[in-house]
Every structure is written in structure tokens, then in C-alpha cells.
Design a protein around this ligand. Structure first.
Ligand SMILES: Cc1ncc(COP(=O)(O)O)c(C=O)c1O
Length: 473
């Protein structure tokens, strides 16, 4: 007879058979844990900003899923096929073909990473005084829109700002909010809707197919374009397959292609879904927009057949695109994130729910409820987690939100979170267990935590380089 404390497999814990990672490990990279005094010193040296830690001082690195994936043996083989010609590299044509086949856009401009493509599309489409509505801001995306003279307007559904709301598609656009913006500024001042598949800052929350279809109908009425941040669109396709009626039998690849068909183009940080360490692209259906972007790419990125990537990078990316839509891959990728989330939920640690695609977002507002937002509770929590266990996470709250360009005040986002971002194909279930236990320990000791004050603040994207000190207790 099973005893109460009989250890259970991960599957049994959740009333099902276990899954295992659909890969085996061919090469390892040793990691080590510093002693607590060493971690204390590293934390202080980094000004309590996890971006300023040296990676060799980190035990489990959950700072980001960007460029941190493990490439497959097929991708590494592709690296050896790099054609490093300045112009017309064959790897570019492989990449172009992969983007056309899997995302469906006609014209492809390579860039060194996502923000290179954001720069091009913002420059091509936004004029001073324009408004760019979007389903929640993303740091680099909004900054490029502002630098091009635009004003970002948040039109995501209200539920996205509530970490406990269980809406299955918290990334959806609220068409009433979009209508209100059209009524206020006029459709001619809105060059495009900036739509993100799985919304990073909302906790990796998806957009439904029904929502993008309705958005397309709305935009067609007013002649407004839709451009997609496709960075984690393959993960978004998984949630549609899992949750939306009529999609359970469709493949991830088919869902991805259908979703993109309702948009006019996309920009991509290939460092996420596409399983490469560097790379990106902009892809559009309009020959006019392509012409402008292709003109600018040679100024800012590199020739239009490499855009800042080496030939070998483009080959690894072309292969990564095909792997990113494999059903086993995506199920295990999101399953691993969900495993960590379910463990934390079962231990009553407050996180953003439902668990999203690429990360667990700890709800620092609830965890450090005694620390006011202007003493940076999420920044503090990330620093405390590193101190406890050598695990590196990232702040996604008031520091990331930056200052309002008009008033110069902090923006105070409703969500004040620490992101535990899971790199793809890098860590095992044991790493997830260690992470969950560390988070629980910090949570159990939450009352002892003291906030931070900012002592250095750069002008742009301050979360990357800002420095902090502990407030004396
Ligand atoms: C949703 C989203 N869009 C755009 C970017 C920018 O991409 P990159 O870091 O490759 O410049 C990121 C990167 O984190 C992202 O998460």
C-alpha cells in the first residue's frame, strides 16, 4: 500500500504519466555555486542588479531565455556550413525560405537581433506625433517607437494587469480600448498596432486566434496595419492548440502560419523561439515597407543578406526555426516551465497565473508587500534570491518600466515581478526543483527583507545598468 510520504514522480504529483525532455545531453558546461560570503560580495559589487553579475558567479542562470538556448547537433552541423561571403551568402537564402515557409511573409530583412528589427520597422512606419497601440509595452519595442516620435498606448485587456486573473488568453487586445484611441486621435495617426505573441511583460500570456481575427477585421475598417512581435509566437501557438476550440488537432506549424496570416509583417528576436544564440529578422508583405527597411538595414545592421549575422548564424537560425515548431519540443519546453510554476503554486508562493510560456513571474508586490514600490521590491527579491542560492533572475517591475518621458517620474506598473526565465533545452527537472526550493526559502523569510535605493540611473533602458544600495534597517 502506498504510504503518505512515498516519493512520487513528477507525473504522479500532477495525476498523469511523466514526460521527459525529448533530447539527451552530448556536451556539458560545468557550473558551481559560490559560498554565501562570496555571493554577498558579488551582489554588492553588482549594485544589487543581476544584469551586472558575472555569469561565472551564477549557479543556475534564469536571467533570460534570450540567446541562452542549447543548440541541437543539427544546428551545430549547420554552423560548419556557414558561407561567410559578404554578399549573397547561401545561408541567407535558407533563412529567407524558412521564414517564408513557417511565418508566411514574403520579404525578409535579417538583423543582428530583435531590437535591430524594431528599429527598422519603427523608423519605416512611425512619424512624429503618431500613436502606437499595443498589447502591453515591451522595453526595447516601446523605446524604439518613442525614439521614432511615437507614443505607445496600452490596449491589452484589463485582466493582463491582474496577476491572479485566470483568463486563458491574457495577452488579448481590448478592441474597445483601440476604438477609444481611434476616436481620440484619428486612424490616420495610428500607423499600426504593435501586437506581441505571448506577452512578455504580462507573464508570457498568449493571444487567441479569435482575438487576432477580430483585430484584423477592426483594423481593415480603418486602414490600420498590424505588425507582430513574433519573438515567442511558436509558444503562443502551443496555447492556442491547448486552449482554443477547433485547434486541438492542428499542428503548431499550421497555427503559427494561420496567426501570422492575419498580420502585415513581423519582427523577431530569434534568440528565443528559434533556439539560436544571436539573430533576428524583420519580414513584411508590403514591397514598399520592404524597400524602406532594406535601405535602412545597410546603414544600421549590415548588408541586406546578412544584417549583422555571420553566415553560420543564419544557417543555425534556419534550422532552429524548423525545430521550434516540433510538437515534442514545444510541449516539453512549456511543460518544464509549468512544472516549476505548479510546484510554487502548490507551496502557496504568489506567482502570475496562469503560468505562461517562457518564465515564472514571482509576484513581488504580494511577496514583499511591506516594501513600497519606490523601494524596488522586485529588484530586492531578485537580489535576495541570488544571495540565498546563486540563482539569477530578473526584475520586471518599476525599474524596467522606466520614467515617463513627459513628466520624468517613475512609471508605476500594476505588475511588480521577478522573472525566472527558463532557457530552452539547458536545464533539467532537478534544476527546477532546486530553484523552487530556493524561492520557497526566500518567500518563507520575506519579513526580514529590506528595500533598495537607486544610486545610479542610466538614461535609456535603466534596468540593464542601474545600481542600488540596501536601505539601512
Ligand atoms: C517580446 C520581446 N520583443 C523584443 C525583444 C528584443 O529582442 P532582442 O533582445 O533580441 O534585441 C525581446 C527580448 O527580450 C522580447 O522579449
Amino acid at each position: 500500500m502506498a504510504r503518505e510520504n512515498t516519493p512520487r514522480t513528477m507525473g504522479q504529483q500532477f495525476g498523469r504519466r511523466s514526460w521527459a525532455e525529448p533530447w539527451k545531453i552530448k556536451m556539458v558546461e560545468p557550473i558551481r555555486m559560490l559560498s554565501r560570503p562570496e555571493r554577498e560580495k558579488a551582489n554588492e559589487g553588482a549594485g544589487y542588479n543581476t544584469f551586472l553579475l558575472r555569469s561565472e558567479d551564477v549557479y543556475i542562470d534564469l536571467l533570460t531565455d534570450s540567446g541562452t538556448s542549447a543548440m541541437s547537433d543539427r544546428q551545430w552541423a549547420g554552423i560548419m556550413l556557414g558561407d561567410e561571403a559578404y554578399a549573397g551568402s547561401r545561408n541567407f537564402y535558407h533563412l529567407e525560405e524558412a521564414v517564408r515557409s513557417y511565418y508566411g511573409y514574403q520579404y525578409v530583412v535579417p538583423t543582428h537581433q530583435g531590437r535591430g528589427a524594431e528599429h527598422l520597422i519603427s523608423k519605416a512606419l512611425i512619424e512624429a506625433g503618431d500613436y502606437v497601440p499595443g498589447n502591453m509595452y515591451f522595453t526595447t519595442t516601446r523605446l524604439h517607437q518613442e525614439l521614432a516620435g511615437g507614443t505607445f498606448v496600452d490596449i491589452i485587456i484589463d485582466q493582463a494587469h491582474d496577476p491572479m486573473d485566470q483568463h486563458p488568453f491574457k495577452g488579448n487586445v481590448d478592441l474597445d480600448k483601440l476604438q477609444a484611441l481611434v476616436d481620440r486621435v484619428g486612424a490616420e495617426r495610428i500607423p499600426y498596432v504593435s501586437l506581441a505573441g505571448t506577452v512578455n511583460m504580462a507573464g508570457g500570456q498568449p493571444v487567441s486566434m479569435g482575438n487576432v481575427k477580430a483585430l484584423r477585421r477592426f483594423c481593415d475598417r480603418y486602414g490600420i496595419k498590424i505588425y507582430l512581435d513574433a519573438t515567442r509566437m511558436a509558444e503562443n501557438a502551443f496555447f492556442i492548440q491547448e486552449r482554443e476550440e477547433g485547434y486541438a488537432q492542428k499542428s503548431i506549424a499550421d497555427i503559427l502560419l494561420e496567426f501570422c496570416s492575419y498580420t502585415d509583417g513581423a519582427w523577431m528576436s530569434a534568440k528565443k523561439d528559434s533556439l539560436v544564440n544571436i539573430g533576428g529578422w524583420l519580414a513584411v508583405n508590403s514591397p514598399e515597407v520592404f524597400d524602406i527597411a532594406r535601405n535602412w538595414v545597410v546603414v544600421y545592421e549590415g548588408l541586406h543578406t546578412y544584417g549583422g549575422m555571420a553566415g553560420r548564424d543564419m544557417q543555425a537560425l534556419a534550422i532552429g526555426i524548423t525545430e521550434s515548431v516540433e510538437e515534442d519540443h514545444i510541449r516539453s519546453r512549456i511543460g518544464q516551465v509549468r512544472y516549476l510554476g505548479e510546484l510554487l503554486i502548490s507551496w502557496n508562493v504568489p506567482i502570475v497565473e496562469p503560468v505562461g510560456g517562457h518564465a515564472i513571474f514571482l509576484d513581488a508586490k504580494r511577496i514583499y508587500s511591506h516594501i513600497p514600490q519606490n523601494q524596488f521590491p522586485a529588484q530586492t527579491l531578485a537580489a535576495d534570491l541570488y544571495l540565498d542560492s546563486g540563482i539569477r533572475a530578473m526584475e520586471r517591475g518599476i525599474v524596467s518600466a522606466g520614467r515617463d518621458p513627459e513628466t520624468g517620474d517613475h512609471r508605476y506598473p500594476a505588475l511588480e515581478m521577478v522573472r525566472l526565465t527558463i532557457p530552452r533545452r539547458v536545464y533539467t527537472q532537478a534544476h527546477m526543483d532546486v530553484t523552487a526550493e530556493a524561492v520557497k526559502y526566500v518567500y518563507d523569510n520575506r519579513e526580514k527583507a529590506r528595500g533598495l535605493k537607486m544610486v545610479y540611473e542610466p538614461q535609456y533602458l535603466r534596468f540593464f545598468q542601474a545600481r542600488f544600495e540596501r536601505i539601512a534597517g
